[in-house]
Design a protein around this ligand. Structure first.
Ligand code: ATP
Ligand code: MG
Length: 293
């Protein structure tokens, strides 16, 4: 299973949109996909669950705060136990608003940046758990996932460090204006630091130009500047502005259900292919075809 975080410390650039639309496309193409919502805003959770998470419901937060504590077996929350099926063709682990409070706490011990990574690794080693039956009922056959997408909050804080430490690759959605591009060098250098000290294998898969309105003159200039500055790091796929994407998120559904004739479907499938070609994602978990077709 490859873990791919969708990251950009700038808000509103399309991290959650990319996560969900890419997950739907990967599932459609046959890759068993798990989404982890790591953002206390819970936008992805609302999209996938169709409602807000209740205060007392379990979330990825439980997995993080109970990770690595050997003596806590009675209240242990491995990620596998938190996986929910969605009607969208893939499975997910919900976020919780209280994730916002743990940014400081989880950094206290030196081993803390690895908590999410440990939990993600456990999903791969699923046979060690007693939760296999629950997982079997979901969209991955035998609970085996080909890819895990992590929707990150708009920060470069410790939650994002957890995500980068757990990841094989990063996708960075960018909206092509001067302001958005300013933060990219900071993100690239944070990634470099994580690679040096925490996770030598994390790579930026690519920058994804998103929400493009080609009628606006500055967009083409911005794209040119992005490709000039970042070269091959910019994905070939570009996602245009599409009202159907906003509607799909509002209705808590996918483009496959909401707008099957939208050109955005093909664009996200191209993105999925490009991500697969730039990573080692392979199709083994076999997403259930009934949901996909
Ligand atoms: N390609 C697109 N076409 C139309 N609307 C889009 C597109 N991409 C994103 N949006 C819209 O832009 C807004 C912000 O997108 P999204 O929530 O995915 O960003 P984000 O980076 O996850 O934000 P945050 O940093 O707050 O988590 C949403 O209303 C979303 O529907
Ligand atoms: Mg978001």
């Amino acid at each position: 299973m490859d873990t791919v975080s969708i990251v950009n410390q700038k808000g509103g650039v399309g991290k959650t949109t990319t996560t969900i639309c890419l997950a739907a496309a990967l599932s459609k193409l046959g890759y068993a996909t798990l989404v982890v919502d790591l953002d206390p805003q819970m936008n992805g959770t609302k999209w996938m669950l169709g409602r807000e998470l209740e205060e007392d419901e379990a979330s990825v937060l439980d997995a993080i705060i109970t990770a690595g504590d050997q003596d806590q077996s009675s209240s242990d929350w491995p990620l596998a136990r938190l996986i929910e099926p969605s009607d969208l063709g893939f499975d997910f682990v919900p976020a919780h608003a209280d994730l916002a409070n743990v940014e400081g706490e989880i950094g206290e011990k030196p081993s803390r940046p690895y908590l999410l990574r440990e939990r993600v690794k456990e999903v791969e080693e699923k046979h060690q758990f007693g939760y296999l039956d629950e997982v079997d009922a979901h969209n991955a056959s035998d609970g085996a996932y080909d890819v895990c997408l992590v929707d990150c909050p708009p920060s470069l804080g410790l939650l994002v460090v957890q995500a980068l430490t757990a990841s094989d690759g990063l996708i960075v959605p960018v909206s092509v204006d001067g302001m958005s591009m300013q933060g990219l060098s900071q993100l690239v250098s944070t990634t470099r630091e994580v690679r040096k000290y925490l996770n030598e294998s994390v790579e930026i898969i690519g920058l994804l130009p998103n929400n493009l309105d080609y009628r606006a003159g500055l967009v083409n200039e911005g794209l040119e500047a992005l490709r000039k500055n970042y070269g091959d790091l910019v994905l070939d796929t570009e996602v245009p502005w599409r009202s159907k994407i906003i509607e799909a998120s509002t209705y808590g559904t996918t483009l496959y259900d909401h707008a099957p004739s939208s050109d955005a479907l093909e664009i996200y499938e191209n993105l999925a292919q490009e991500v697969v070609s730039r990573t080692s994602v392979t199709e083994t978990g076999k997403a259930q075809s009934s949901v996909q077709q």
